[in-house]
Write a protein that binds this ligand. Sequence first.
Ligand SMILES: Cc1cc2nc3c(=O)[nH]c(=O)nc-3n(C[C@H](O)[C@H](O)[C@H](O)COP(=O)(O)OP(=O)(O)OC[C@H]3O[C@@H](n4cnc5c(N)ncnc54)[C@H](O)[C@@H]3O)c2cc1C
Length: 326
Amino acid sequence: MSEILVVAEHRKGAIRDVTYEMITKGRELAEQGDLDLCVAVLGDEVGSVADEIAKRAPDKVLLGEHEALREYTHDGYETALASIIRERTPVVTMVGHTAYGTDFAPSLAAGLGLPLVSDCIDLRLEDGVLVATRQFYQGRVNAEIEVDNSRGSIVTVRPTEFPPASPAEPKAKVESVEVSVGPEAVRTEFLEFRELETAGVDISQAAVLVAVGRGIGEEENLSVAQALADLLGGVLGASRPVTDQGWLPKERQVGQTGKTVKPKLYIALGISGAMQHIMGMKSSDLIIAINKDPKAPIFNYAHYGVVADLFDVVPLWTEKLREKKG
Ligand SMILES: Cc1cc2nc3c(=O)[nH]c(=O)nc-3n(C[C@H](O)[C@H](O)[C@H](O)COP(=O)(O)OP(=O)(O)OC[C@H]3O[C@@H](n4cnc5c(N)ncnc54)[C@H](O)[C@@H]3O)c2cc1C
């Protein structure tokens, strides 16, 4: 066992940031354990993806190509990775905690009989033992988990936790590896990609985002937040319950299953700060949160917090801004 293995995530030729973030953390683990850092790139005709990743200077890029891997399927990835992991026995296999990673990592670990720690926000090797940090109780508690990695281990890594690895020298060598993915292994049929239809607002580009959560109460109350957003030259974003209710379209959702945003100003109104939301906005330059509950986890991430009813504060704030603007 002499490797840390990162599983690259890419879609339609574009490499997802989480891949580069895992390379950063994977490099640290490799140094702590005196190991090599390898990145596995799966797909079909994905040599250019492997070349691009090689520029971020892992020790090696493993290119596993097969026509059955042309599009992501859970069973295709699982079968291909299982053969790579059996062959190479990495100390830690790192997978993004994304729609793809959460889809295949659990059954990959179960199939190989390896321990799995999901949604890790930190990882270290102490005398060869993996210590993984993950959160419980909606982000209120961070727990360190000592993993029996004597036969290897699999972790899913929360996106945006680590800075992405920059291009560096020397570029890694790309090595083709054989992946056996028989037709019987892939029972899922890929049909098509459907792009989300957008109504012209891209919240990931907004400099000011006023995000509303369940605390907004009902759709009619959105006007309270909209008035503030208008005065600040911003747009409305939302937590998932708000888009699930259809009060705002899906493309306004911030978080794990929504968009990742990094505005100059992020105002969270009536949002508790569940980790699935936090991971989409915690890199914002300035975060202001208004919440009735002083223990709401959002306050752990906010630069300024107001413990109050948003319906008391926001109209006042809007009025003051209006006065100031004349
Ligand atoms: C696989 C998965 C993916 C997910 N993806 C996402 C995602 O992408 N984005 C996302 O947001 N969530 C996502 N979620 C849901 C997430 O776990 C939370 O349930 C969600 O973020 C909670 O939204 P909320 O903070 O608006 O609601 P709640 O957790 O219900 O919080 C409402 C908050 O409003 C406060 N409040 C109530 N009334 C007022 C008031 N008048 N004034 C001030 N404060 C008030 C309350 O104190 C509370 O803190 C996902 C969940 C799963 C399982």
